[in-house]
Write a protein that binds this ligand. Sequence first.
Ligand code: SAH
Length: 511
Amino acid sequence: MTTGLVYLIGAGPGDPGLITVRGRDCLRRSEVVVYDYLANPRLLDEVPVDARRIYVGKTSGRHHLPQEQINALLVELARQGRIVARLKGGDPCVFGRGGEEACQLAAAGIPFEIVPGVTAAFGAALYAGIPLTHRDFTTSLGLFTGHEHPARQISSLDWAKLATGVGTLVFYMGMANLEQIAALLMAHGRHPDTPAAVIRWGTLPEQQTLVAPLREIAAQVRRSGLRPPAIIIVGEVVALRDQLRWFDRRPLFGRRILVTRSQEQAGALSAALEAAGARVLAVPTLEIVPPPDWTDLDGALDRLAGTDFLVLTSTNAVESLLARLAARNLDSRALAGIVVAAIGSKTAAALAGHGILADLQPARQDAEGMLEMLLEQGVAGGRILYPRSQLARPLLVRELIAAGAEVTAPVAYHCRCPAAAAEPLRQALDDGVDAVAFASSSALRHAWELLDAGRRKLLQGAVLASLGPQTSATARELGLAVSVEADEPTAEALVAALGAHFSALSSAARS
Ligand code: SAH
């Protein structure tokens, strides 16, 4: 059997976007991944689904698997011919024992490659708005362990040299010794007013930063209850945070937001929320599935010729229609000559993805807006095809018929409540959320059905954000107060509305 290969990969400090392109490529190629506590588990999504995942994480003091056994495991897996990704937080060889693992692999004759990572000091400092060097402040930088080999005393570092000889000092694993570190630096000549920062969970939505002069930092950290994992930065550059902080100034920074929406659609909303700094808990309470049978839609497609308007009120309608055309060996040309009305920009974009440009888009992106626009076009005597879900409101069909149109409204897809959503939904509410975002009436109704009385109370107490008037109306029907409503039904508008809500809250808290 041929020997495998071990990639020692730096996962970066937390934000999954901070792994290198090479690191991600290696993950995608691996058959087994051996990962640590500090490596963001979201990076495991990059690993092939059938790859084995082995957690060997350590939290302070509680070693999951001793280092010797990790070394032996890597050698063993490679000997079995596996491509192994050894994923470690930050950079694999900055206080990460990657050097030891590489030495063991080298000694055993196992081929390996090392992929550097963004180390915690670099990631956390910049996400806190602290450049580690700056010509006006410092010309040198040192990375230190604040928790040396247990057998040795912390004072074995040459404090006399480093206290004043190094401009910016960053301590890893130093929280337990913070008081001693600060005292030793001052005792060896570092000015007590030197600014210092402690950054916990740097680069993640949970990031917390505390800044204080060196003489006060230990006391303030104790009072705040800030705990590891954190790095300690000491140096004049820390003062730049006042001007440069950006990460924790984003409108939704640190807010835990529960997103309920179909799996297919949750991605865009989650990404927009995360870009604004939120911590997203995505629980799809809506599943889009094919209708139980195609008779309805097929019948309508048989009668496409002579259709005047095609009315599309969601991206699901677009995808279901085009998929069904394709299943019948047809493509967008089957729609030639039909005036296509799309309810909003997202639906129009889905159409554009199939090479179809929407002819009409209402000013108001809901059924009422669509109706108004079609009535202005004049639909009397016209034939309208309106593929929809089984849950669509009757409004459009009823009013278009009343206006003299001939309407075919086949069920092109079904909305369903996935039972698997119940547990994560309850868990999220029990853990506490700052807001719950509902993207549709069905996502909301489904969530409601999945909850017991106690959790329904929790939901009533949360900040509810809805994507539009229809969803808000459903919420009120269920006895829920909606505090945030998007101006238009897009992820961006919902994020803006949530941002405005929370910034009003925090300015009220400040005044
Ligand atoms: N190899 C890692 C360091 C591992 S040692 C790297 O290059 O970053 C573990 C220590 O790293 C923690 O005790 C803490 O001091 C620091 N650390 C790791 N991730 C961190 C994060 N996201 N924010 C703050 N400190 C972090």
